[in-house]
Design a protein around this ligand. Structure first.
Ligand SMILES: Cc1ncc(COP(=O)(O)O)c(C=O)c1O
Length: 428
């Protein structure tokens, strides 16, 4: 048995099978866009560690900042204040959309979503929550209640949180109302309004939660008109609009947050993943007026705002700002999209391409336009065999997420695109 097989077998002895990993790849080292296995095989990590390593593995400035903090103190446990967590909070609210200027730190994306739902219920005194089909907001019971990206995530966990309603996500390539972009009259928004007429009155809805770019559910950006319409609807009824930017945040889309592309500001935003380059850190961010309605002790945490994670977050934000990674990502993403369009022209197995910056979804279809998870898997396997790690998403696992670190060099990008092109050829 080789080293790789041994690790997989040992893991099967002690780590629950509930935890599913994408690939049987073991890493012993990660630097920049590369991970290396214990036997020295190198892979380009175009999964960015599940959309987390926006500045790559072990960016020297992130490592140095964390090391400095490790030597001072590691933990505060909500017992006392500290400078670095405070600075990270100030720095983070400086890059979230204007008006979102106060936060609560926690550790994971799901935890931030729990916090957002709790804040919305607490501040409004209402119970109802509306989310969208295909959404992924996390695995804890509250977050899972607003998650419908795959029924297997919810299987055997019912009953989930009550007073949660789901409305179709505006997934234009597979419009739930069989419309085309030319004929679109926002039936998805009308449907949501009909829920407020038929199922729960608006004055009982605390929040509408949405990923402005659907992540796990298939990498689908919502149309501008839809988000603008949601904003209006929420304003009209005093409903809080929550953007879950756990996956789309911190430069991934070529802006600090996807909200910046839309010119729509939510009342609450959840952030995690990319903000601390792999150190656990997340936040619920909202305006001061709303946050001030959350009474002292109404929410809490032992580990949230960990100073080492916060030091890493400060360095990560600095790197994204000082290395011009938003601008670079916007430009590189547009070039990649162009190249992928050329490939799609030659390979009808690619049914749709969409996204912003380096948050690109590549949807695989069969001859009838149905989801083609098998072809998508073959492409992923081929890429892995050539040293390129890409991962999929969507309920039928037929969408590749093209999410390299934002600081991927031109030559590395070319190399990855060449492997991807060969993978498509291998399907013929
Ligand atoms: C949009 C979104 N929200 C929440 C989560 C949950 O984050 P975590 O796995 O850190 O709990 C994810 C994870 O993929 C996500 O993509």
């Amino acid at each position: 048995m080789n080293n790789r097989e041994q690790i997989v077998q040992r893991a099967a002895e002690v780590i629950t099978p509930a935890l599913h990993l994408y690939y049987p790849v073991t890493i012993a080292r990660g630097r920049g866009i590369y991970v290396e296995s214990p036997d020295g095989k190198s892979y380009m990590d175009f999964s960015s560690g599940l959309a987390v390593l926006n500045v790559g593995h072990c960016h020297p400035r992130v490592v140095a900042a964390a090391e400095r903090q490790l030597k001072e103190f590691i933990h505060t446990g909500g017992v006392y204040y500290n400078e670095v967590s405070l600075e990270a909070a100030q720095r983070l609210v400086a890059v979230t959309p204007a008006g979102l200027d106060m936060l609560f730190f926690s550790n994971s994306g799901a935890e931030a979503v729990e916090g957002a739902l709790k804040l919305a219920r607490y501040a409004t005194g209402r119970q109802g929550i509306i989310s969208f089909t295909g959404a992924f907001h996390g695995r804890t019971l509250g977050a899972l209640s607003v998650t419908t990206s795959a029924s297997r995530y919810r299987k055997r966990y019912h009953p989930l949180l009550p007073s949660v309603y789901h409305s179709p996500y505006p997934y234009c390539y597979r419009c739930p109302f069989a419309q085309t972009p030319q004929r679109c009259e926002l039936d998805c928004l009308r449907h949501l309004e009909s829920i407020l007429v038929s199922t729960i009155p608006p004055e009982e809805v605390a929040a509408i939660i949405i990923e402005p770019v659907l992540g796990e559910g298939g990498y689908v950006p919502a149309p501008v008109r839809f988000l603008a319409g949601l904003r209006r609807l929420c304003d009209q009824h005093g409903i809080l609009l929550v953007f879950d930017e756990v996956q789309s945040g911190l430069g991934r889309t070529g802006e600090w947050f996807a909200a910046d592309h839309y010119g729509v500001t939510p009342d609450i935003m959840t952030v995690a993943k990319g903000i601390a380059s792999g150190f656990p850190l997340s936040a619920v961010v909202a305006g001061k007026e709303l946050m001030s309605r959350w009474a002292p002790g109404a929410h809490g945490t032992t580990f949230g705002g960990n100073p080492v994670s916060c030091a890493a977050a400060l360095a990560t934000i600095d790197v994204v700002a000082e290395e011009g990674l938003r601008e670079k990502t916007a430009a590189a993403g547009a070039r990649v999209m162009e190249r992928l369009r050329e490939l799609a022209g030659r390979h009808p197995v690619i049914g749709d391409l969409r996204g912003f910056g380096y948050m690109i979804g590549i949807e695989f279809v069969d001859g009838k336009g149905n989801p083609n998870g098998a072809a998508c898997n073959k492409v992923l396997d081929f890429c892995l065999s050539q040293g390129l790690i890409l991962i999929n998403c969507a309920p039928e696992r037929n969408v590749i997420r093209f999410i390299p670190p934002l600081n991927t060099a031109e030559e590395e990008l070319e190399q990855a695109l060449a492997i991807f092109a060969k993978a498509l050829e291998s399907l013929r």
